[in-house]
Design a protein around this ligand. Structure first.
Ligand SMILES: [Zn+2]
Length: 240
């Protein structure tokens, strides 16, 4: 049980694996099993090669995010918000499961973007993924922007793309507003997400880590839990 009044949360792939969404770098990860798939997440490869775009859209059509359901880990964070203790929910995930679980979109800061929207790389127009999936299903292998003809890409942050400055600012603000930082299901090896732990630690705030594997921050954490997220988080947020 966590009794802090104001809690900032960072989530990574580990919270969604129980919902059937594979992570990228874990033992069953997408890139671990198929290193070539990494090209699909590189902006230069994507822009420079129609073949990479076709492969990426084919992969998109089949991602489990479209049908995945939130698990008790996601729901526990909705409960934390309901208790009025959540300063912000920063996530490295692009699956939208926090919002699907019921977390307020204004409190969810998606550092790596979302698969639920699509951006035109030329005119910057943003449209719902739901508008693009039917085009893919009807055989358009590399759908172009219907306004300007530009390349379309899911609104996720690829290698070589910078993070959204506003999202990052909100993540920092949520961390600064908290008394405690809770990192869930993240290896804490990717910056700037991991840097939020430094921000909390440097301000003397306790860090709690829930993650199956070791992280570089384990020694500085007040508590490290290796137990499954979907059973651990509901217990952690329960008030006496
Ligand atoms: Zn366009």
């Amino acid at each position: 049980m966590i009794d802090a009044e104001r809690i900032a949360v960072l989530t990574g792939a580990g919270i969604s694996t129980a919902s059937g969404i594979p992570d990228f770098r874990g033992p069953q990860g997408v890139w671990t099993k198929d290193p070539a798939a990494e090209a699909m997440f590189d902006i230069d490869e994507y822009v420079g090669s129609r073949d990479v775009r076709v492969a990426t859209w084919k992969h998109r059509l089949a991602v489990p995010a479209w049908t995945a359901e939130p698990n008790p880990g996601h729901l526990a964070l909705v409960e934390l918000e309901r208790q009025g203790r959540l300063t912000g929910l920063v996530t490295q995930n692009v699956d939208g499961l926090h919002q699907k679980a019921g977390s307020s979109p204004s409190l969810v800061h998606e550092l790596h973007g979302t698969v639920w929207y699509v951006d035109c790389l030329q005119c910057r127009r943003r449209i719902p993924m739901a508008d693009v999936l039917p085009r893919l299903q009807s055989g358009d292998e590399d759908p172009a922007c219907e306004v300007c003809g530009g390349i379309l890409k899911s609104a996720t942050v690829s290698f070589g793309q910078s993070l959204d400055r506003d999202v990052l600012d909100r993540a920092v603000a949520a961390t600064e507003a908290a008394d405690l930082f809770l990192a869930v299901g993240t290896s804490l090896q990717v910056y700037p997400a991991a840097g939020l732990c430094d921000l909390a630690l440097n301000a003397g705030k306790p860090l709690i880590i829930v993650n199956a594997q070791q992280t570089p921050y384990d020694e500085q954490a007040a508590t490290v839990l290796r137990t499954p997220i979907e059973t651990t988080l509901p217990e952690l947020v329960t008030l006496p």
